[in-house]
Write a protein that binds this ligand. Structure first.
Ligand code: 8YV
Length: 316
């Protein structure tokens, strides 16, 4: 970007305050944002009028009030596709890690430096093959998760705004549900792959968590607000759900101590928002940002424009 454009960057790799961000965009035409930057209606109203494009470095864009941006005549873009495979890898890795006790097992030798040896009941986990996986949101990432999960012998179920074509369902042997409550009450694993919008906020609410099968578990590599974290913790604590594997969690006032306790007891696996963290994904995200900016500056439609929900769809 520094070669192509006159660029002012945050080189610290840590989030900027609103004031610093506003200062940074003064006189700029483009703001390149990430999930850490809160681009709400107030921020948009305070932004210098020179800014015409918000080019998000990321797939999700729930940190941006897209509605307010469009009302102010701004264009918003994101970087889909390039982090699909890495994110799907992570979802499946977590799906395996929890029932096969990977984190707990991998910690034994480094902690004790020795091991008493194998026994028939040593580190017994639960088998994944034959279980029913319920995918909430069968977009790019959900579909990539389904393809991987299929090869691990999971039976694929999904709930999505748009039903996938018959050939996709056939290839994945996937069952479509138009009733989320019914699907959730049937499957052994619920994995969330829907974007965070007003309508998906707490899509996995207390009632749905309570309706899940005994010993079922939850995987979330999407956004923490998709589930009611308090209710999830409660269901695990009371022994109804067998656990959760989360790459995202509420962290506004620090991590919930009850969640941390469950992680220390190995009933929950926590990774720290790293599902798309590969060098390759980050480079391709950067390239996608550049393509979006270049197209916009050249007066063309940027390839990865995102539209407000009220326009009837999320992405162009
Ligand atoms: C990104 C993500 O790294 O793209 C997303 O939606 O959740 C992340 O994996 C982050 O959003 C960067 O803005």
């Amino acid at each position: 970007m520094a070669t192509l454009f006159e660029t002012r960057g945050n080189m610290t790799d840590s989030p900027l305050s609103t004031e610093a961000l506003l200062d940074g965009v003064s006189g700029a035409e483009v703001l390149v944002s990430s999930i850490n930057d809160r681009i709400d209606a107030d921020f948009i109203a305070s932004m210098p009028k020179s800014v015409r494009l918000i080019a998000q470095f990321g797939n999700g864009f729930d940190n941006i009030d897209v509605e307010a941006a469009y009302a102010a005549g701004l264009t918003v873009t994101n970087t889909p596709s390039v982090l699909t495979e890495d994110t799907a890898d992570m979802a499946v890795m977590l799906m395996l890690a929890l029932p096969r006790r990977l984190v707990e097992g991998a910690g034994v030798l480094p902690r004790d430096g020795a091991w008493a040896g194998w026994s028939p009941t040593w580190m017994l986990g639960r088998r994944l093959r034959g279980k029913a996986l319920g995918i909430v949101g069968m977009g790019r990432i959900g579909t990539a998760v389904a393809a991987r999960a299929r090869s691990f012998g999971l039976n694929i179920h999904y709930f999505s705004r748009n039903r996938r074509p018959p050939q996709v369902e056939e290839a994945l042997a996937a069952t479509f549900w138009d009733d989320l409550d019914a699907m959730i009450a049937t499957v052994d694993i619920v994995s969330l792959h829907t974007p965070l919008t007003r309508s998906t906020h707490h899509i996995l609410n207390a009632q749905r968590l309570a309706a899940m099968r005994q010993d079922a578990f939850v995987v979330n590599v999407s956004r923490p607000e998709l589930l009611d974290e308090e209710a999830l913790i409660g269901e695990i604590e009371r022994g109804h759900l067998s656990g959760a594997a989360l790459d995202v969690f509420e962290n506004r006032n620090g991590l919930n101590p009850r969640l941390l306790k469950l992680a220390r007891e190995h009933r929950v696996v926590l990774t720290a928002h790293m599902a798309s963290a590969t060098l390759e994904a980050r480079l391709e995200m950067g390239e996608t940002v550049i393509v979006n900016i270049r197209a916009f500056i050249d007066g063309a439609q940027p390839p990865h424009r995102v539209l407000p929900e009220s326009k009837g769809k999320l992405r162009s």
